[in-house]
Design a protein around this ligand. Structure first.
Ligand code: GLC
Length: 600
């Protein structure tokens, strides 16, 4: 017991990285399909997040955890089955709903942490077929319906935690001690046989979705047990995908099929291997009558598009009620999603990341698709329709053959101008779609990406900052935003710092330059120098003083002030490098951004 605790303490500092290097044949469909439905449904669904009048004891609202959180005994837990409306429960309805919503696969919680099997399990009588006395096998019903409607099926199986089997893992064992021998009995007598049933009796299973979100070394499961499980899946269904929450690290096993990020955690960078975000439509996974944090349709769409633009997938969860139904809030969002995908799905299915910086454009994000050698598409997802009705795409030097709205069945051409690395598209007054409009750019060769540029922002200027530089050299230390962002991200420079960016200037003319920083010395001193082309603008760092972060809270913070650096002239359109040099003397400077804008 003591030894176990020490292991936990040491290892809990090691980050859990589990992923895989290649896409692999097996995962090809998964990478192509991009969107699936997650269903959390089980005994807990009828509790609806409340037990004996008390709400779920955890702010995360995860209603499928009610048995553990509200300390419900096993025998009382099963009384929840009495509240089910068996006549109305029809998994085929979920399948039709998923299909209509544009989803290509469904992952059902075949056994969640409560240990209750949603199928007629021979290896544990703690299952729906026995305990409901209704002879229902929900896994079978769902698998048959998926087959009928052409969707793939995945099964969530809680291997690590099982609150029913006393030999298994339940977090209270961190207090009362654990018994590895007994755990192995649970493994050999419940996990392995149940997985064998699921992989033998229900036709093709496309995903086994595990849910151990920490590395096995931090808990009771052994590496050998995990390999035994993995090998069983590979043997029984060689095409079935396995997610990274199996619990092995990448050093131990490179052969896991896709990486699962944290709950509701969206992608931030492009990965070359398959990955997925499990996301909820509200906040709880299982049905919770008290939940009110529904994600908006645009939020869901942006999550999906954002992930696809980084080569990722989205598995959107619903929590049906104990009669199989879903609240209007969920249905209306799924309906909107489905309608959007019917018109715009081409930019999602089979599309992938393009070779440009993430968050390059402030109007939205883009995905890419290659049909064949002479058919290539760039899809622009416009989240924020430009007020001036001119959309600027920076970073592609190839000239598009044609540009049109993806939802327009006639593919009517939109007027555009192309100059060097900038494509400017004329838009009508109203967006093509009420959520996210998609604009298609057709090319007959793979469009050529010019990397490392900073795009012009919607208000018509260049924001050069600590997110988008190309070169950095000096003694500076980057500090993240603090105090709820009232203290912005900055670089603290004591001696000397150089930063560089690249911009494309399309209009020759005069431009002005501002820079924001905090300089806490009581007089102007040191240097800030800006260089572009032939121009050098140099001045002393200006004392910026203090400001109040939050009224009446004794919360005085540095003032990050915008300072005018001067202006420069450009005679010829082109790509220009911008260099900033900071040289404080006695006191350091905390620098934030440069802003370049045409004087017109
Ligand atoms: C967490 C929760 C679980 C949920 C899962 C979905 O691991 O424990 O209830 O099923 O996330 O990703």
């Amino acid at each position: 017991m003591l030894k176990f605790k020490i292991i936990i303490i040491i290892l809990s500092f090691a980050p859990f990285v589990s992923a895989q290097k290649n896409t692999g044949e097996r995962a090809k469909w998964f990478v192509n399909d991009r969107l699936g439905m997650f269903i959390h449904w089980g005994v807990y669904s009828s509790a609806e997040g409340v037990w004996k009048g008390e709400e779920l004891r955890n702010n995360n609202q995860y209603a499928e955890w009610i048995q553990y959180r509200n300390r419900i005994s096993k025998s009382e837990y099963l009384t929840l089955l009495d509240r089910f409306d068996w006549e109305s429960i029809d998994p085929e309805k979920w399948v039709i709903l998923a299909k209509e919503s544009g989803m290509k696969y469904i992952t059902l919680t075949a056994k969640h942490h409560d240990g209750f099997a949603l199928w007629e399990s021979q290896s544990s009588e703690y299952n729906i077929y026995n305990k409901s006395n209704k002879d229902r096998d929900i896994v079978k019903e769902l698998a048959d319906a998926c087959k009928k409607h052409g969707l793939k099926i995945g099964l969530y199986y809680s291997h690590w935690i099982d609150w029913e089997d006393e030999r298994s893992w339940d977090h209270t064992k961190e207090v009362y001690g654990i018994d590895y021998k007994n755990y192995d009995r649970y493994w050999q007598e419940k996990v392995i046989p149940q997985m064998t049933e699921l992989l033998t009796n229900y036709g093709e299973i496309s995903i086994i979705w595990f849910d151990m979100w920490i590395h096995h070394s931090r808990t009771i499961v052994s590496k050998q047990q995990l390999f035994q499980l993995k090998n069983l899946i590979r043997k029984l269904q060689p095409n079935c995908l396995i997610n990274s929450r199996l619990g092995l690290s990448i050093e131990e096993d490179k052969d896991v099929d896709f990486r699962t990020l944290g709950d509701n955690q969206l992608g931030k960078e492009k990965y070359e291997y398959p990955w997925q975000t499990p996301a909820t439509i509200a906040h709880s996974w299982g049905y919770n009558s008290r939940q009110d944090k529904w994600k908006s349709t645009s939020t869901i769409l942006k999550s999906l598009i954002g992930n696809v633009s980084l080569n990722g997938n989205l598995m959107l969860n619903i929590g049906p009620r104990a009669d199989g139904s879903l609240p209007y809030e969920a249905l209306s969002r799924l309906n909107d999603l489905g309608n959007w995908l019917k018109k715009n799905g081409n930019s999602i299915y089979g599309s992938e990341a393009f070779d440009l910086r993430t968050n390059l454009h402030d109007w939205g994000t883009l995905t890419y698709k290659e049909i064949n050698d002479n058919k290539h598409y760039i899809f622009l997802h416009v989240f924020n329709w430009p007020l001036k009705r001119l959309l600027k795409l920076t970073g592609i030097s190839s000239i598009p053959k044609k540009i049109y709205s993806l939802s327009d069945t006639e593919n009517k051409s939109l007027n555009f101008k192309h100059k060097s690395v900038l494509t400017e598209i004329n838009l009508p007054k109203n967006p093509f779609d009420k959520y996210v409009s998609v604009i298609v750019l057709e090319y007959d060769k793979k469009p050529f990406a010019v990397k490392g540029l900073v795009a012009e922002s919607g208000e018509g200027g260049y924001s050069l900052n600590l997110e988008n530089y190309n070169y950095i050299n000096g003694d500076g230390k980057i500090n993240d935003a603090k105090k709820y962002g009232t203290i912005p991200k900055n670089i603290l420079v004591q001696k000397k710092q150089i930063l560089k960016w690249k911009i494309f200037i399309s209009e020759p003319g005069e431009y002005r330059v501002d820079s924001s920083y905090s300089f806490q010395y009581d007089k102007d001193e040191g240097n800030i120098k800006f260089e572009i082309n032939e121009t050098k603008l140099k001045q002393k760092l200006k004392s910026t003083g203090k400001t109040v972060g939050e009224p009446l809270q004794d919360w005085v913070i540095d003032n990050y002030k915008s300072n005018k650096l001067g202006s420069f002239k450009i005679n010829k359109a082109g790509i220009y490098e911008v260099t900033l040099t900071l040289e404080p003397y006695t006191d350091p400077v905390k620098w934030q951004w440069l802003w370049i804008k045409s004087k017109k």
